[in-house]
Write a new protein. Structure first.
Length: 587
């Protein structure tokens, strides 16, 4: 119910909805306090109350929400301290408490939530004290924002253990001392904002070696000495050092005074002989980097990764382990070797359920597994929900760019999971707006049959592209034909094939395996009520697939509307089945 004009307070009776999994009331006009009874919603996975006028304390009962993964309470008038009971929320991926009136110390328990991986945002409050990260475990955290509070003390060296950080904002506080050397471990960081503090000392040289660093704000501190010239410091628009009166050097665009010989030698400790040798060494280094880049490019074109099935010792959980390098313990960026560990998908890929595998054609092999109509509909809904999450609910919108049956995996309950994000792209702006004149520098991406028409024309990736691929995927799920089938030529594709079949030929073009649990006589008959109900269901499903895979992005159905339509189709299908079962029992 977010983004409406709902006013009043949140009723205490909301605590009776004990099976509720998602609660989104953000961007309304709600006031009053958050009721303690909300802690009764132990199955809650998402709570979004941001952008209201809520006041009072954050109830400690939120610690009962042990399943909560996304907790947004920002942009309200909440007061008091952050409850330490939140350390019970061991599945919390994201915590947003920004722009409130919170005070007191940041509970050290918060920093012990190793599950936090998307962001922790405590900005624009009145929090005090030092940053106690010594006992913390935020190695998976991508974004940390504690800006515009009243925090003090030194930047803890333990912050260097947050090796997954891409964005760190500590600006607008009262931190003092130097930037610790341990932050050189933040090799993935893209944004660092240390501005408006009381930091001193020289700017660390290792900052120019952080190859992904795109924005560095050091303004309004007390830094001194020479500004580095390499890395991010080469781009004056990416670095801000204003308000540090003792700085010198740097690129000319920074308009800083030249450094004296004393300051230069103090920083670098180099002789004239070494300075003369620098251009030669730099030239060799550039050559090595170019050759190494070519090698990495060629190496990455090869199918080089391996996937292993493994069992975790303590829990005996079955997992899939994808190893990206063959033997080295250090990758090509100098990072420690890492492998990706996934939940093991017992039922493999959707592709293996929809199509015959030519490698399993012997008489001894089991026949192709079959999915009935309801199972396929559930899978279509699962994939749509996954796209909706990627596009609108995971921070910066993420476009998958390669949606197809082989990238949809099924667990033991046939719940669908979208995988393989090798071609995925983050959008520069948090908007799916499509523009036909946006250049795409990465060329055509995706798989034949699912490639988006506008990508072929050179347009930039957008969420509309994933919707197109989803529409084609949906049609393939229910028609059972690959996009590369020999029949699809001379302009005929799954989209046109389905469009021409509506409404009279939907049963004819549908995969017969859909009816694997239906009575054969009903399948053969074209005059039964059950057959007509299945036919109407397929017509509605194909309409959604066709609407999602329209050629023009502006003509495509939104993924949210697709989810709504598919849920309605499912409800209608189940209602008819229940009515038929009740009728059979009465008979």
């Amino acid at each position: 119910m977010e983004a409406n004009q709902i006013s009043g307070s949140i009723p205490t009776e909301i605590g009776k909805l004990v099976n509720l999994q998602t609660l989104t009331l953000g961007l309304n006009q709600l006031h009053g306090s958050i009721p303690d009874s909300i802690g009764n919603l132990e199955k809650l996975n998402v709570m979004y109350l941001a952008g209201n006028k809520l006041s009072g304390h954050i109830p400690s009962s939120l610690g009962n929400l042990t399943s909560i993964a996304y907790l947004y309470l920002g942009v309200n008038n909440l007061q008091g301290s952050i409850p330490s009971s939140l350390d019970n929320c061991q599945n919390l991926l994201l915590l947003g408490l920004s722009q409130n009136n919170l005070s007191g110390y940041i509970p050290t328990e918060i920093f012990g939530l190793s599950s936090l991986s998307i962001f922790l945002d405590l900005s624009y409050n009145f929090l005090i004290g030092s940053l106690q990260l010594e006992q913390g475990d935020l190695g998976n955290l991508v974004s940390l924002d504690i800006s515009h509070n009243m925090l003090s003390g030194e930047i803890p060296s333990s912050l260097g253990r947050c090796i997954s950080l891409r964005a760190l904002y500590i600006d607008g506080n009262s931190f003092q001392g130097t930037i610790p050397p341990s932050l050189s471990s933040l090799r993935s960081v893209e944004v660092l904002d240390f501005s408006r503090n009381n930091l001193t000392g020289q700017i660390p040289e290792y900052l120019e070696n952080l190859i992904f660093l795109q924005n560095l704000n050091l303004s309004f501190n007390d830094f001194e000495g020479e500004v580095p010239l390499g890395g991010v410091f080469q781009n004056a628009t990416a670095v801000s050092v204003v308000g540090n009166s003792e700085l010198c050097g740097g690129v000319p665009e920074l308009q800083l005074p030249k450094c004296s010989i004393k300051e230069a030698s103090k920083k670098h400790g180099i002789s004239f002989a070494v300075k003369l040798a620098a251009p030669i060494s730099s030239g060799i280094l550039v050559l090595i980097l170019v050759l190494f880049s070519v090698f990495i490019y060629k190496w990455r074109q090869r199918k080089f990764s391996s996937v292993y099935k493994g069992i975790l010792d303590e829990t005996e959980t079955v997992v899939a382990v994808k190893v990206l390098t063959s033997c080295s313990s250090i990758d090509f960026q100098g990072n420690d070797f890492k492998a990706l560990v996934y939940a093991y998908m017992d039922n493999g890929s959707l592709d293996s359920w929809l199509h015959e595998n030519p490698m399993l054609g012997t008489e001894n092999e089991k026949p192709r597994r079959r999915l009935n109509l309801l199972q396929r509909l559930n899978i279509a809904i699962d994939v749509a929900c996954a796209l909706d999450y990627l596009h609108y609910h995971c921070g910066t919108p993420l476009v998958h760019c390669d949606l197809k049956p082989s990238n949809v995996l099924l667990d033991s309950d046939l719940l669908a999971h979208v995988g393989d994000f090798g071609l995925a792209k983050f959008l520069a702006e948090a908007t799916p707006t499509f523009s036909s004149n946006q250049a795409n520098s990465i060329g055509i991406i995706g798989t034949i049959g699912y490639v988006v028409p506008e990508y072929v024309k050179g347009s930039r990736v957008s969420t509309y592209g994933d919707v197109y691929s989803y529409g084609i995927l949906m049609l393939e799920i229910f028609i059972g034909k690959r996009t590369t089938n020999d029949m699809f030529n001379d302009g005929l594709n799954l989209h046109n094939f389905a469009k021409m079949a509506i409404p009279e030929r939907v049963i004819e073009i549908s995969d017969l395996a859909i009816f694997c649990n239906e009575d054969e006589e009903i399948i053969k008959s074209f005059h039964t009520a059950k057959h007509e109900q299945i036919k109407e269901c397929l017509i509605s499903i194909f309409k959604v697939g066709i609407a999602c895979s329209m050629e023009l992005p502006s003509d495509r159905m939104s993924i949210g509307d697709a989810i709504t339509e598919l849920h309605l189709i499912k409800v209608d299908l189940l209602r008819h089945r229940i009515q038929q079962q009740e009728g059979a029992n009465v008979h």
